[in-house]
Design a protein around this ligand. Structure first.
Ligand SMILES: Cc1cc2nc3c(=O)[nH]c(=O)nc-3n(C[C@H](O)[C@H](O)[C@H](O)COP(=O)(O)O)c2cc1C
Length: 155
């Protein structure tokens, strides 16, 4: 099962979450390819079996960072073009609870996936700063478990 984790991280918090997710997947016998937003490749995702998106929240209006906008805009097409990926999507990302709108990029990615007919394997995971709260780690673990479940169903 080819799972891609496409993420962006300015200060390392979302990156840490991406690494944690990748290590959970590995522990379950699944392999994940970590892809920084700058190396995002539409063509590669046409062949993917799963995609986890990691996005921090930025800007004056709790925005998706610019480097992830291509992926955001491509998602409706990708979901239509790759039926495997359509069934195997997940979202996580770091924010800061002190901002008026917390980790909205996670909500935005969840929304575009659902609007495009994509299936989220597990609820979006919002992470306050560095991923160290139990519920955040549990959310990432739930994503990994859901990928494992899917891999079993498809075998
Ligand atoms: C200019 C600026 C704007 C931000 N706006 C938000 C925001 O609206 N909502 C939020 O939850 N976090 C906001 N943050 C906080 C970051 O999302 C937070 O620091 C996060 O941990 C960064 O993740 P990273 O380490 O993966 O880059 C903002 C940070 C900066 C510097």
């Amino acid at each position: 099962m080819k799972i891609y984790i496409v993420y962006s991280s300015l200060r390392g918090n979302t990156e840490a979450a991406a690494f944690i997710l990748a290590s959970f997947l590995e522990d379950l016998g699944l392999s994940a390819q970590l892809v920084g937003a700058d190396a995002y490749d539409y063509e590669a995702l046409l062949d993917a079996d799963g995609l986890a998106i990691g996005s921090y929240t930025y800007g004056n209006h709790a925005e998706i960072p610019e480097e992830l906008l291509d992926l955001y805009e491509d998602l409706p097409d990708l979901i239509q073009a790759n039926p495997k990926l359509k069934q195997a999507l997940a979202v996580f990302g770091s924010g800061d609870r002190d901002y008026p709108i917390y980790a909205k990029a996670v909500d935005d990615f969840v929304e575009i996936i659902e609007k495009s007919g994509g299936h989220l394997l597990a609820p979006g995971v919002k992470i306050d700063g560095y991923p160290d709260y139990d519920e955040e780690i549990a959310g990432l673990a739930a994503i990994a478990q859901a990928f494992l479940q899917l891999a079993k169903e498809n075998n």
